[in-house]
Ligand binder design. Structure first.
Ligand code: NAP
Length: 287
């Protein structure tokens, strides 16, 4: 059945792959991008099934206007894909406050702005899917990506929290968590690197080397991720989190195993702070 989609950051990268897959599948779309002129080829090909909207996701009024455009043009919004996002790699100490806040603004408040705009429509419909493109970086911590990953963790928490509010109203909210994909993400992330302080060479410097080595050979295929997005939009009970890519599974698995180990090792300390606990705080484990 033809649905109405709104996709942010749709002019290139994963967003463009999702847009093309959705159009190919016969749906109607409001494709949002900072420069909608870059969608002229698709506009010519798909005509009335595609409307474009100028949208910087940090602009809440423009987010509301994009949602209104979808409702006015197509009568509803069935699927919102919060795809727009970017990171800048640098040690936290060498990340300016302005850069840090800008990354949170796009990667987290962008999702908040679009969700706030679309929920009244979906709530009235008693149906809808909100698909947030987070990252495996929303489940683990990587040196050099403090602002980006803080925002992606926030997206994960936001997803889980509002899912509890709106799932009973027929609205599904999902965080997709890809590992590295072959898009412009890594080159954008490496585009503003400061002269790294020697103290951060073993951590952030090593990550940069790793990214350079793997650039262009990331595991993730954005075209295949787009196919998963299409499938999730048809799913009645999608998971709240979905890792995508062998690297995402590997890094999450390692991190989660360590979390479970640490929680077990410190369990007696955790239990010792209850009002009802007896005796002294237990000895701490070595790690
Ligand atoms: N590629 C990866 O390795 C990877 C891994 C995990 C998660 N992700 C996530 O996947 C999503 C898509 O990224 P990508 O891989 O496709 O990277 P990309 O090729 O660099 O594309 C990023 C997209 O986000 C848009 N964008 C950035 N800031 C925006 C803003 N303030 N308002 C509106 N649009 C904005 C860009 O629009 P412009 O063309 O106007 O710049 C572009 O369309 C992001 O949320 C990213 O964090 C990527």
């Amino acid at each position: 059945m033809s649905k109405v989609w709104l996709i942010t950051g749709s002019a290139r990268g994963l967003g463009r792959h999702i847009l093309e897959a959705v159009l190919e599948a016969g749906h109607r779309v409001v494709a949002a991008a900072r420069d909608p002129g870059r969608l002229a080829d698709l506009q010519a090909r798909y005509g009335e099934r595609l409307r474009t909207a100028a949208l910087d996701v940090t602009d809440a009024a423009a987010a509301r206007a994009a949602v209104q455009l979808a409702v006015d043009t197509f009568g509803s919004i069935d699927v919102l894909v919060n795809n727009a996002g970017y990171g800048h790699i640098a040690p936290f100490e060498q990340t300016s406050d302005e850069d840090f806040r800008a990354q949170i603004d796009t990667n987290f408040y962008g999702v908040v702005n679009l969700t706030r705009a679309v929920l009244p429509v979906m709530r009235a419909q008693r149906a809808g899917h909100i698909i947030n493109i987070s990252s495996v970086g929303g489940r683990i911590g990587t040196q050099g990506l403090s602002a980006y990953q803080a925002a992606k963790w926030a997206v994960g928490g936001f997803t889980e929290s509002i899912a509890r509010e709106v799932t009973p109203l027929g609205i599904k909210v999902v965080a997709l968590e890809p590992g590295g994909m072959r898009t412009d993400w890594a080159s954008v992330a490496s585009s503003q690197i400061p002269q790294i302080l020697p103290d951060y060479e073993p951590s952030v410097g090593a990550l940069l080397q790793l990214l350079k080595t793997h650039s262009g050979s990331q595991a993730g295929d954005p075209g295949r991720v787009a196919q998963v997005v299409l499938g999730i939009a048809d799913h009645e009970n999608p998971p709240q989190h979905l890792l995508l890519g062998s690297d995402a599974l590997h890094y999450f698995g390692e991190t989660d195993a360590e979390r479970i180990r640490a929680a077990g090792a410190w369990k007696d300390v955790s239990l010792s702070t209850d009002v009802t606990a007896q005796g002294p705080i237990p000895a701490f484990p070595d790690r």
